[in-house]
Structures are given as structure tokens and as C-alpha cells.
Ligand binder design. Sequence first.
Ligand SMILES: [Zn+2]
Length: 346
Amino acid sequence: MRLHTSSGTTGKPKAIFFSRNDVENAAQLMARSLVSTGITRKDVLQNMMSYGLFTGGLVMHYGAEKVGCLVIPAGPGTSERQLMLMQDFHTTAVHILPSYALYFASFLEQKGINPRKDLTLRKAFVGAEPHTGETRRRIEQAFGCDVYNSYGLTEMNGPGIAFECQYKTGLHLWEDNFLLEIISSETGEPLPEGQVGELVLTSLNREAMPILRYRTRDITSIIPEPCECGRTHRRLNRITGRSDDMLIIRGVNIFPLQIERVLMSFPQVGRNYVIILEGLDDMTIKVELAAAGFDGQVEHLAALQHHIVEKMKAETWVRPTVELLPAGSLPVAEGKAKRVIDKRSL
Ligand SMILES: [Zn+2]
């Protein structure tokens, strides 16, 4: 009955088909996910993900309607319009890309709007891009709301496959709908519970396009302990990278998220960054300073640069060149943020 496409992170997007029951079931799982965070029919959910071939918009929309919220299908419109909708309709929850949430926080700052006082946001659902715990903390601080990690992929419905409950300690994977395995990316063998490897999913209820043992390329592990909320669906740890976006730099395996974790641990560092690889494995990281990150003292800037390089070296074993830029000088992505530019000729 419906066609969506995968995001095409690696190559041409794949077409994924849904039957009427598949659409209904995806909405049901999405609704379950939202309820597990405490969303009720009294909420006003502003859906800032794109509608269309991407599942992020429509599946969330149907799920939130099932809960009975007022849904605002804002899509990824301009920040001005997002803000107007939030103020006019007292939005209590948003569904948003983490990179856009950070950008939107700077936008509000520039407009002189304090989200804690001037908006009514209580919850934000972030997904579609892997992100670190540090990024979550930054979004929570900026908006004064709870941020829940959402995991999904079009091949298995879209969003609402695994979701954090109100305790925000890992993502419950809905095991009545998906068979869960963690395998070694190298050998393909299943790994014992708790070990880090590649997530493999089998759909148990999809009709139009059931998929067996789909390799998601996402790197994570199972949290074996039961969750405080009492749900028995096992939890996944935060995705730490994709097996195919692993960078090999001077023979060392590095995930872009490792770099993000180091950058975001410095409060003087802003929200936007890009990693450039060129020549013979030279890594340059261009990162914006926070709006209040520079006090005008050039020696403080040099010291910060030095500290970032040292911490990066300790974390990844590679010594990068770090360029600090004024806030707002890097381009902002419309959709998913492109963090790595690989110009190496090899
Ligand atoms: Zn739980």
C-alpha cells in the first residue's frame, strides 16, 4: 500500500514496501514508544522531521495521532516558523534531528528567547542520526526538557523500533516484533549478551516486505539487566557508530562519534563541526566556538586548541589539526548533518 525509501547512507536508497497492516503496526509501535516516555493525549507534538519518502515524518505522525495528541506536521521548515508554531500552539514535545536541535538552540539564543521560560517544551525525541550522550545533555540544558533517544530504520518500519522509556537508560527494542542479535562484523558470528557488535534484526510481523537477519551496520550492545520501568523488552545501548562509517586513519579505527564525544566535552566548544581527511591520512577538525566561548584572549584560544588536540590524541591515537572558528561560520545541513569530508585519494 505504501512505499518509503531508506536514507541511502551507503549508496542508492532502497525501496521498502508497507501493507495496510504494516502501516498500522508501525503506528502502534510508535504510539507504544511515545507512551513509554509519558506522552499522553494532552500533549502537543511538533513533528520537525521531513515527511515523504523518509519514514521519520509519517510514522511518528501516525503514532502520535494514535496516542491522541495534537500533532503539528511542521516538517523541517524554517526556524522562524517552527518558533511561531511552538509559541502559538504551546508545543510540549518535538521530534527533531539532534544536529538541528543544537542549531535551533543557537537560533533561539540569537533571538533572545529563553526556551525554559518562553516555551512550553517538556520532551524532545531525537533520532535518525547517531549522537553522543554529551549531545543529549547539551540539548537538555539548552531547552530545559527531557531528551529521549529514538532508534529506527526504514527496512524495519522507520522510527519506533527501539525507544527510551522515562528512565532514559538505553532503548527498549520491541522484541515482540523484531528478533534481536548482536554479531561480530568480522566473523558474522552472534556475540554473547552485553558484548559490543553489529545489530542484526529480523522482522516478525511485517507482511509486504519481511526481512531476515538484516545487518543494520549499527554498532551497539544489549543491556542484559532488567529496566526499572518493568518492561521486559531488552534494551540497546546508545549506537556508537556504523560499521561502514568507521574511518581508518594511519591504521587506526576511529568512529566519528568518538571525535564528537571529545569535542562536546569542552564547554567552550560550540555545536557545529566537520572532520576533513586529506593527503596521506591528515585529519583536520574544524569546530565552532560556543557563542560565549571566547573571551578575547588569544592565549586562551591557543590553550584550548592544545587541550583538544591532546585529548583527541589520548582518545583516538591520532593527532589532528584543530581549527577553532567563530560561532555560525560552518554551513548548517538541511537534513542529516554531514560530519566527515574524505578527500583522500587512496
Ligand atoms: Zn524502561
